[in-house]
Design a binder for this molecule. Sequence first.
Ligand SMILES: [Zn+2]
Length: 68
Amino acid sequence: MVCFCFLVDQTRKVRKSKPAAGTCSRCGGGASVADMKTATRFCHVPFYSKSWKAIICTFCGAVLKSYA
Ligand SMILES: [Zn+2]
């Protein structure tokens, strides 16, 4: 029995971002609006990816708010 945790992995990339108003609730760093791309891989073969927008912290990378 093989655990799926070892076969499926997900990577999150910031394609582009620009400064936005607001600060991070975790570290107080500056926020920015970012175009995100999430790629899901199964056995290291990409099979699903989606693009989404989010407000992220430029300092710690926390997602403060996301848009579908
Ligand atoms: Zn932060």
